[in-house]
Design a binder for this molecule. Structure first.
Ligand code: UDP
Ligand code: MG
Length: 323
């Protein structure tokens, strides 16, 4: 059995030592206990600090350390895709963050569950240490999104997970450009085994997520999985149509019976602002879908590799996402 640990890194120099020490300690013991081979694949997502230098140092002293380094920052989704693409022959892949927010202690449990036959093992964090408003907002988000999209997303479950070879192939078969991994992992099925853990605050370095990015991520989640937002426009439009029809009949009757009396100031302002904003939002939603189509049809690769110590032939074959 061969297990690969996949670590996307973007400017993680301050924590990488910590992470690597913990990870290699745990793996060297556990690989003996559970009898498996392993390596660690760092995907350097175009870091501008010493991340790559540090990784190269590890690689020079430890033959189990592999790396792929991108030509610039392509985002975590691309980093994970690249890592999985290079790992379609190993028995299992564990995806783990490099900032120690994903406790490496869980990896042995995940591998154990894998040997028991699970194709996906996910780690689920609680929300210890998070601000109250954030917890509420997240709860609201999951409540809403699960009603709106086809797959069911679980609060606290992220990218920290083990995928069997079958699951890796399934994830790779969804080669879309706009990647919403949370949804993709749920979409491929393979009922996962869930391992719970306590949330950890980042040890060092900073999270790359701003509030705006989180907000956009939430919208991505809504839009990447189906066309329900488009359909909801039809519902809203129809509803307004019915109301305006009733209103027209009533106003007409009023005008015929009693003559035109009111200046209609409120109605006019209401119609302009309300309908105007609904139209703008609708155009926005449609535009968002068109934007996605635009990116999909371009067939751009998800990432460009700069350097790697994986076998050359392997990478050349896989460099672009869509052949
Ligand atoms: N990451 C990455 N590319 C990016 C942003 C982040 O590879 O453009 C990596 C980062 O190094 C870390 C993981 O993705 O290992 C999660 O990032 P972060 O801690 O910023 O996100 P959060 O934990 O807040 O979701
Ligand atoms: Mg983090």
């Amino acid at each position: 059995m061969f297990v690969r640990i996949l670590v996307p890194c973007f400017n993680e120099a301050p924590v990488l030592h910590h992470m690597y020490d913990q990870l290699s300690d745990i793996l060297s013991v556990d690989s003996q206990l559970q009898q498996y081979q392993y390596d660690i694949l760092f995907v350097d997502d175009g870091s501008t600090d010493d991340t790559l230098t540090i990784i190269k140092q590890y690689a020079s002293i430890n033959h189990r350390v592999k790396y792929i380094s991108f030509s610039r920052n392509f985002g975590k989704e691309a980093a994970m895709y690249a890592g999985l693409k290079e790992s379609d022959t190993v028995d299992a892949v564990v995806i783990i963050d490099s900032d120690l927010q994903h406790p490496p202690e869980l990896i042995p449990k995940m591998i154990k569950a894998f040997t028991q036959g699970y194709h996906q093992v996910v780690a689920c964090r609680d929300r210890t240490g998070e601000q109250q408003w954030r917890k509420r907002l997240t709860k609201l988000y999951y409540g809403t999104i699960n009603r709106l999209i086809d797959v069911s997303l679980m609060d606290g479950v992220g990218d920290f997970r083990l995928l069997s070879q079958k699951a890796v192939h399934a994830v790779l078969s969804l080669s879309e450009y706009n990647r919403f991994s949370k949804g993709i992992f749920a979409w491929i099925g393979f009922a996962p085994k869930v391992i719970h853990y306590q949330n950890k605050i980042r040890v060092n370095g900073v999270s790359k997520w701003s509030f705006k990015q989180l907000f956009n991520y939430a919208i991505d989640g809504l839009l990447s999985f189906n066309n329900k937002p488009l359909r909801s426009l039809i519902y809203i439009g129809t509803l307004i149509l019915i109301f305006s029809f009733i209103y027209i009949i009533v106003s007409l009757g009023d005008a015929v019976l009693y003559g035109i009396q009111t200046p209609g100031y409120f109605t006019t302002i209401f119609a302009i602002t309300f309908l105007g904003s609904i139209q703008l939002v609708s155009i926005g939603i449609i535009g968002e879908y068109i934007g996605r189509i635009y990116y999909e049809v371009k067939h751009r690769p998800l990432y460009i590799v700069n350097t790697t110590n994986l076998l050359k032939a392997e990478v050349a074959k896989n460099e672009s996402v869509k052949e």
